[in-house]
Design a protein. Structure first.
Length: 718
């Protein structure tokens, strides 16, 4: 150790920290020994020698670069990176590099008050012995959000917004004249007008909308949407533009299209649906069954670059909260003009298949059509007919079902992965209060629609994606045209290996190497093998974690989960913008147009993938809110449940009767000290070796239902 003048010793740890701060605050500067000694106020020989040794070590670590015999600068090549900041309420923030590398820890003091999702520039900190790798935010490049949602608290001289989930380090200060009439306890949307800086740590904002009192159903749903930057109102100018669209179909337009008005056609949707964007037709043509997959021709009415189109691009998808739909298009278009309502002539973009009795595709073509749906079915009606009950056009529906079953069978045989996910649904009363919670499972009726939609999406993608083969060797294959694909990458090999090691303990075998088809067939036999067993939910959960997320891209890599080499989204243009892009590109290419600008479409694909994720998060939050609301009057009651998730801070339990999920905090497991075994998804007691394992049955008592935090707390019943 060395001494500064004045007697206080300076340690190596202090010198490391001081050097890091100096170079990170001035990442583009070069410092000589003299400048470093002056900046660190080192004026004894031992302190200076310790600093020189430390500088050499930091250079050896690639943290610094030596520019001359006595000068150093930050090694920008490896030490400064750009990426996304991920904020956690528990302070365990991290930085996700743009190159897709592993997240790096960022402590609160080194975060520069960055918010979740902000684009930041970080400098890597010199690695301390026995410490994890750390980064420090040196610049916030852009904020992901410029508004926040929370509860107002109005004091005598000032007001502030208390945000949900503590997304800010500090509450947002609001000048009293910027409250827009908001009062203490009101939920409000606030626009940020000033971010924290070196001079002031305060975040300042102004109220742009007062949503209303906490606990009101509309207020809470609007708050969820606003929290994710999703719109909860439709702009009047866009609705006015939609009102001016002429719904009628001219004879001239009909002549341009294939006419299916006299062919049996139907829609099959949930009973409460209003936007019918797909219909099926069937008739016998010679020895084949002609099946038409007819999709609402949204791009005929919504022109690229129009005010309606710009709003649709921004939204990119409809959002389905528990009690409402936030549509991508104005209601006049999605529920009236474009919706394939029964007994009304409608314009469609269709894929027409010629199928044999085994559902082999003998021929197909893609065409603009006009249809007139004979019947609007709810899934439940179709299911009853398929189970043998009499009903309208029962024979046609049963033929479609038989063909769909053949398609499904072949898809799994070809290597598609079997994941039949159950979805939690609520029946709600007129006030939006949930009165029943249940899981919706797929059945023959839903699978019938699913198979024909998958078939249409696959063949539309192939029609553009497959290179045309030359007729002889002297001809060059035609270049592929820009197109929008729905892609799904192969599972993470490390996670697959962890899954294999895990299922071995239950007596199951699984392949993790070999062809794509061999791995997916092995996954399917694992799913089939655990059906109905105690470990089923556990294995399904772990297997799902190994899967990648599907997204949109102009660069096709195929769809692993469906085992399709080419796949797109063509079948839902009323509620998904990528489908509208696909319709426009198809029309352009059918009319002989040149390949579209790939860069522009890739940018749109990334935006649509991002908005899909945001919409899913909002949908999940609305389910959590309704879950807590549903359980509010059941505090103190006991239920049979099973363990649905395990973390170091507690165990998640799902009630068997109504599928609502809550958590038993670790502090309530007071019969022992429990260690979290991440590899085996369990908690194990140190003294008594009692084990809590994912999937285990458990008896719980509802302890608390916190609507504000959308959180259910359980306690062990026994």
């Amino acid at each position: 150790m060395s001494k500064k003048k004045g007697g206080k010793r300076v340690t190596k740890k202090q010198i490391v920290e001081q050097l890091q701060t100096l170079f990170q605050e001035h990442p583009n500067e070069t410092y000589s020994f003299k400048q470093i000694f002056r900046a660190l106020k080192l004026d004894t020989h031992p302190a200076k020698m310790l600093a020189i040794d430390t500088l050499d070590e930091m250079t050896w670590d690639d943290y610094l670069t030596k520019t001359s015999d006595n000068a150093y600068c930050l090694n920008l090549k490896t030490q400064v990176q750009e990426g996304t900041f991920i904020r956690k309420a528990n302070g365990k923030n991290s930085f996700q590099p743009d190159d897709g590398g592993k997240p790096i820890f960022v402590s609160e003091r080194n975060s520069m008050f960055a918010l979740n999702g902000d684009r930041v520039k970080v400098a890597m900190m010199a690695r301390r012995e026995k410490h994890i790798k750390e980064a420090m935010v040196v610049e916030i490049l852009s904020h992901k959000m410029d508004q926040a949602v929370g509860k107002l608290k109005v004091e005598k001289d000032f007001a502030f917004l208390v945000t949900e989930g503590n997304i800010f380090v500090h509450d947002v200060l609001i000048p009293k004249k910027k409250l827009k009439g908001g009062k203490t306890g009101d939920k409000a949307v606030v626009k940020i007008t000033q971010w924290p800086s070196k001079d002031s740590k305060n975040i300042v904002g102004e109220v742009i909308d007062v949503l209303g009192k906490e606990g009101d159903n509309n207020v809470e749903m609007h708050a969820i949407l606003a929290q994710y930057g999703l719109p909860y109102k439709y702009p009047k100018a866009v609705e006015d533009a939609a009102e001016k669209i002429e719904p009628g179909i001219t004879e001239q337009e009909i002549k341009r299209r294939e006419d299916f008005r006299d062919v049996f056609t139907c829609t099959i949707d949930p009973k409460d649906a209003k936007d019918f964007d797909d219909a099926l037709s069937i008739r016998k043509q010679g020895k084949w069954w002609e099946v038409g997959v007819h999709i609402a021709d949204v791009s005929h009415y919504v022109k690229e670059g129009s005010i309606i189109d710009k709003e649709a691009v921004k939204r990119a998808t409809s959002v389905y909260l528990v009690d409402r739909t936030i549509p991508m298009l104005p209601e006049r278009l999605c529920n009236f003009i474009c919706s394939l309502r029964p007994d009304e002539e409608k314009l469609c973009y269709s894929v027409i298949f010629a199928l044999d009795e085994d559902a082999n595709v003998k021929d197909y073509h893609i065409a603009h059509t006009v249809i007139k749906s004979n019947r609007r079915y709810a899934y439940e009606e179709v299911q009853d007919i398929l189970m043998g009950k009499d009903g309208d056009y029962a024979e046609e529906l049963r033929i479609l079902d038989k063909l769909a079953k053949r398609l499904r069978e072949r898809r799994f045989k070809d290597g598609a992965v079997k994941f039949d996910r159950e979805e939690l649904h609520f029946d709600i009363d007129e006030q939006g209060k949930p009165v029943r919670a249940y899981f919706k499972k797929s059945n023959d009726a839903t699978q019938l629609i699913e198979e024909f939609m998958l078939l249409a999406n696959k063949y539309v993608a192939e029609s553009i994606g497959k290179k045309e083969q030359p007729k002889n060797n002297r001809q060059q294959p035609k270049a592929k045209k820009t197109f929008v694909y729905r892609i799904h990458d192969q599972p993470d090999p490390t996670k697959l290996e962890s899954l294999r090691e895990f299922v071995v303990k239950f007596g199951y075998k699984m392949k993790t190497s070999g062809t794509k088809g061999a791995i997916s067939k092995s996954l399917n036999s694992l799913m089939d093998g655990c059906q109905g067993k105690k470990e089923q939910k556990l294995i399904e959960t772990v297997a799902l974690r190994a899967m990648m997320k599907a997204k949109y891209s102009t660069h096709n890599i195929g769809h692993y989960g469906l085992a399709f080499e080419y796949y797109t989204h063509f079948t839902s243009p009323i509620r998904r913008y990528p489908d509208t892009m696909v319709h426009r590109l198809l029309t352009k290419y059918q009319d002989g147009g040149r390949s579209a600008n790939q860069e522009k479409y890739e940018e749109l694909c990334e935006h649509c993938s991002d908005m899909e994720t945001v919409a899913q998060q909002a949908e999940r939050d609305s389910i959590k809110y309704k879950m807590v609301e549903f359980m509010e009057d059941k505090v103190g009651e006991t239920f049979d449940a099973h363990i649905s998730g395990i973390q170091s801070y507690g165990i998640y339990c799902e009630i068997d009767e109504n599928h609502c999920e809550g958590m038993v905090p670790m502090r309530d497991l007071d019969d022992d000290y429990y260690d979290f075994d991440e590899r085996n998804y369990c908690l194990v007691g140190r003294r008594h070796h009692h084990k809590y394992q994912l999937g285990d049955p458990i008896r719980i008592k509802v302890a608390r239902a916190n609507i504000e935090k959308r959180q259910l707390d359980f306690a062990l019943a026994d």
